[in-house]
Design a protein around this ligand. Structure first.
Ligand code: UD1
Ligand code: CA
Length: 471
């Protein structure tokens, strides 16, 4: 057996120089998801589900990570490669292509050339995003201590339906795993289940794989049948019982997807609260895995923070806000608003009912209020767009007041044009600024004007019909 050399950033070496490999099974279609998207690419906490397994695998510091792909292999491979970059994983990643999806046992069988490089292997499923490092690390420790040929991570579930059941002898030894589909009524009553995470000695595993026959209604090779085969050759199977059954949840259906989403969200909210963020109503607050919120910020009910949203300190966000990859500075207030891919600098007030669209930068101390939309624009220090405006492709300098109902007419049907408003300008209510157009520093525009030409610094522009009173 060859022992793979570790990359500089990985240690992969266990006690006594024994190397560890991690294998992730991700080739299945996920039939029960009823989806055209491969199961492991379905999102949990704003990330493809396989992200969590990949991060866990990396945290174990193996010499290499193998990923079995099959159904929509190219799509899965491309997403995994992106995630590897995003997470900065520098240890070797090897994709193994399972030609026919003939079961989890067949997936591991196809991985034998990869596995043979290691003495010990951890096998994980790509559809168990809730597993924690603590449990998998404990599994590997328990495997080392008990010196068996395989150790399973198990849990006791009130409703074990769908999972492989752990069959033990009267003395408590693990005898085998029986799959839900082929279990007898007596076996179905067992509530200790297989999590799908295992630690194996590679030698007995590969020996056992040679004898793995097809089984069940779909004539698949079950990885779980390996336990009996290893035992038949005198091997010993151990189990590490997780104290937290919630984390072994496997995602086979969209119902389980929603359950795992809820758990990931709750973990995220707990983390934020423990770091000093007040969340008034965790049940109605949704936060993706990469979101950051600073100390003493308050998140009010019915607020959704997605993607790479970053909120500073002492902000008040919500109620009813949707932020996707929005960067919010310290001491901002955002109420009943929608913000996507934008930057809001410190001490701004947004909302209620503002729509801040991509590539906008607001503030510091700017105000965008009731029913105002801002797109690809800069609203300078202390400037205000308080009511019913559309600001698109604009540069608004500092201390500008934009009156209610002001519209930048940025689109001529073919191209987008820019509006530039100088510092301390005052735009009256219900003004149309027909771009490209420039309003000078300190200039004033009369209410109801349609401005088609540049306004010089300090000038007053009025462009509307004079009032006629007819009697
Ligand atoms: C599996 C276990 C079951 C355990 C449960 C935990 C088997 C036979 N059963 O059942 O004991 O309680 O997980 O969640 O393993 N896969 C492939 N190639 C295939 C088939 C599957 O790579 O040909 C991968 C899937 O992508 C998935 C994993 O193996 O990541 C498990 O397959 P799945 O069909 O989800 O098995 P379960 O029925 O959930
Ligand atoms: Ca599963």
């Amino acid at each position: 057996m060859t022992i793979v050399k570790s990359s500089p950033s990985s240690n992969g070496q266990r006690k006594g120089g024994k190397s560890l490999g991690v294998l992730i099974l991700a080739a299945g279609q996920g039939t029960r998801m009823e989806s055209s998207l491969p199961k492991v690419l379905h999102g949990v906490g704003g990330k493809p589900m396989i992200f969590y397994t990949l991060r866990l695998a990396n945290a174990l510091k193996p010499a290499a990570i193998g990923i079995v792909v099959g159904h929509e292999a190219e799509k899965v491979r491309a997403t995994v490669s992106e995630l590897v970059k995003e997470c900065g994983i520098s240890r070797p990643i090897q994709f193994i292509v399972q030609k026919e999806m003939l079961g989890s046992g067949n997936a591991v069988l196809e991985s034998v050339p990869f596995l043979k490089r290691f003495k010990t292997a951890v096998v994980l499923c790509g559809d168990t995003p809730l597993l924690t490092y603590e449990s998998i690390y404990s599994l590997t420790m328990s495997h080392e201590e008990q010196k068996g040929q395989a150790t399973l991570l198990t849990a006791k579930l009130a409703n074990p339906k769908g999972y492989g059941r752990i069959v033990r002898s009267p003395m408590g030894e693990v005898l085998r795993i029986v799959e839900d589909a082929v279990a007898t009524p007596k076996e179905l009553a067992i509530n200790e289940v297989n999590s799908g995470a295992y630690c194996f000695e590679v030698e007995p595993l590969t020996q056992g794989l040679k004898e793995l026959g097809p089984k069940g209604p779909k004539r698949e090779q079950f990885l779980t049948d390996i336990m009996e085969l290893v035992r038949a050759k005198g091997g010993k199977i151990n189990a590490y019982l997780s104290g937290n059954p919630e984390e072994i949840l496997g995602v086979n259906s969209r119902v389980q997807l929603a359950t795992s989403e809820r758990v990931i969200n709750r973990r995220m909210l707990d983390r934020l609260m423990l770091s000093g963020v007040t969340i008034l109503d965790p049940a109605s607050t949704h936060v993706d895995a990469d979101v950051e919120v600073g100390q003493d910020s308050l998140i009010e009910p019915f607020t959704i923070l997605r993607g790479k949203t970053k909120v500073g300190k002492q902000c008040r966000i919500g109620p009813f806000c949707y932020l996707d990859s929005a960067q919010i500075g310290n001491e901002c207030e955002v109420r009943l608003s929608h913000l996507v891919n934008c930057r809001v600098l410190e001490k701004c007030t947004i909302g209620p009912f503002s729509n801040i669209r991509p590539d906008s930068v607001l503030g510091p101390r700017a105000k965008v209020g009731n029913f105002s939309e801002v797109k690809n624009s800069r609203v300078g220090f202390g400037s205000k767009v308080p009511h019913l405006s559309y600001i698109g492709d604009s540069e608004i300098a500092e201390d500008v007041n934009v009156g209610a109902g002001t519209i930048t007419c940025n689109y001529d049907g073919k191209t987008k044009h820019k509006t530039v408003i100088g510092a301390k300008a005052f735009i009256g209510s219900n003004v149309n600024l027909v771009a490209p157009v420039k309003i000078g520093r300190g200039a004033k525009v009369g209410a109801g004007s349609t401005i088609t030409e540049d306004v010089p610094d300090g000038a007053l522009a009025i462009a509307r019909e004079r009032q006629v009173n007819k009697i």
